[in-house]
Design a protein around this ligand. Structure first.
Ligand code: PLP
Length: 430
């Protein structure tokens, strides 16, 4: 049935999907169409069940169809689905967000991470009166024009777009640096610091596979940004409420000027947010001259799902300990199995966010991530899928553990990893 639906969808949607990674192209398969899901398990249109480590690409830290969240969504829907006017739920979610991430004194809710980043960059440009921005190779910040750019060859390059349709002039305002490279950072700031409106970073990178920041690198980034009057934007679309309730900024104790959020704060409903100090945020319309708007922004159903998700996370701080334990168990077992089967396994992990790289090298940035063996990953992915484990279909994505994963899920997962490694070493066909 997945196959039929895919064929039909291809007739009316590019690649049969509404977001490219869903198409499974990088692993040479056709996508599963999902029928339903509960807790850590998803069921496809053919009735096959999988343990899910994608979690809708991050939002589902409490698992699928969490009873209390579903109940809140129903309750909200009964009162009306959208008003295009302010509601109490927007205030309540906004308040929870600024309490959790005190670098934000004022917040604006939007509909996606892409929209939040795009708006945050406009705000930074409006506030500083400068045009250029700096991003890091391998960090993904949604698909707005200015951030769809990566480094050419590790050294600083004036950006060239990753996508057709982005004006060169526009991309030229985006500089790209290597993640974790402190020396290069100094050089870039010395040369361009006075022209930069903002530097945007995933404080833990999760879109070239998981890559942890060197803490010194993040600290120096904060210092340099302050020194040159550049706004530091933490894109916490993945890390917010996942690394800790206070996000990566709480975990590392670094205060960005602007924070971008998404995913978890909508509990699976479409949402995004950006916020910063009162002084910066007073530039945003209708108070200030930086225009940004949205018909469905602060949608009551999304707010209801977000509020309930955060309420649960706040009320159960031990959940983060549980996620850490599970993450640690996967990490250790991946290493052990890698050794047992003499496969070049490297694991990058923080809490419930992890990646297994097939590489001889430690992965610390985009360049080293690209050295990982994607063909080995593809074989691993296929065996795992066959065995009923649903992973993100690329070497360069994260694995997300949720509070709904059980010890039994981990045992089954690790048994499948072992079988998969066995087959890889035995060169078995898939
Ligand atoms: N920023 C980061 C760090 C992301 O991982 C993503 C999406 O994966 C985005 C921004 C864009 O968010 P959205 O897909 O909701 O537009």
């Amino acid at each position: 049935k997945s196959g039929d639906l895919y064929e039909k969808s291809k007739q009316i949607m590019p690649g049969g999907v509404n977001s490219p990674v869903r198409a499974f192209r990088s692993v040479g398969l056709t996508p599963l169409f999902i029928k339903k899901a509960q807790e850590a398990r998803i069921i496809d249109m053919d009735g096959k069940e999988y343990i899910d480590y994608v979690g809708s690409w991050g939002p589902l830290i409490l698992g699928h169809a969490h009873q209390q969240i579903v109940a809140e969504i129903k309750r909200a829907a009964k009162d009306g689905i959208s008003f295009g006017a302010p509601t109490e739920r927007e205030y309540l979610l906004g308040k929870m967000l600024i309490e959790a991430l005190p670098s934000m004194e004022v917040i604006r809710l939007v509909n996606s991470g892409t929209e939040a980043v795009m708006s945050a960059l406009r705000l930074a440009r409006g506030y500083t009166g400068r045009d250029k921005i700096l991003k890091f190779a391998g960090c993904y910040h949604g698909h707005s024009d200015g951030v769809l750019v990566r480094a050419g060859s590790g050294a600083l390059t004036l950006g060239h777009p990753d996508s057709a349709g982005i004006p060169k002039d526009y991309a030229q305002n985006t500089l790209v640096a290597a993640y974790n490279d402190g020396e290069q950072l100094e050089r870039i700031f010395r040369k361009y610091g006075n022209e930069l409106a903002a530097v945007i970073i995933e404080p833990v990178a999760a879109n070239m596979g998981v890559v942890l920041p060197k803490v010194e690198f993040l600290r120096r980034l904060r210092e340099l940004a302050s020194l040159f009057g550049v706004l530091l934007i933490f894109d916490e679309v993945i890390t917010g409420f996942r690394i800790s309730y206070g996000g990566a900024q709480g975990y590392y104790g670094i205060r960005p000027d602007i924070t971008v959020l998404g995913k978890i704060i909508g509990g699976g409903m479409p949402v995004g947010a950006y916020g910063g100090s009162r002084e910066i945020m007073k530039m945003v319309s209708p108070e200030g001259a930086v225009y940004q708007a949205g018909t469905l922004s602060g949608n009551p159903i999304a707010m209801a799902a977000g509020i309930k998700t955060l309420e649960i996370l706040k009320a159960t701080p031990e959940l983060y300990e549980q996620l850490e334990l599970m993450g640690n168990e996967l990490e250790t077992s991946f290493h052990n199995l890698g050794q047992k089967y003499q496969l070049p396994v490297k694991v990058n992990r923080l809490g419930s966010l992890l990646s297994l790289f097939f590489s001889d090298h430690q992965v610390v940035d985009y360049k080293t991530a690209m050295q990982a063996d994607s063909s080995l990953f593809t074989r691993y992915f296929r065996y795992m899928l066959q065995a009923g484990i649903y992973l993100a279909p690329s070497q360069f994505e994260a694995m997300f553990i949720s509070g709904a994963h059980t010890q039994q899920d981990l045992i089954e997962t690790l048994a499948s990893v072992e079988q998969s490694f066995q087959k890889i070493t035995a060169n078995a066909p898939h």
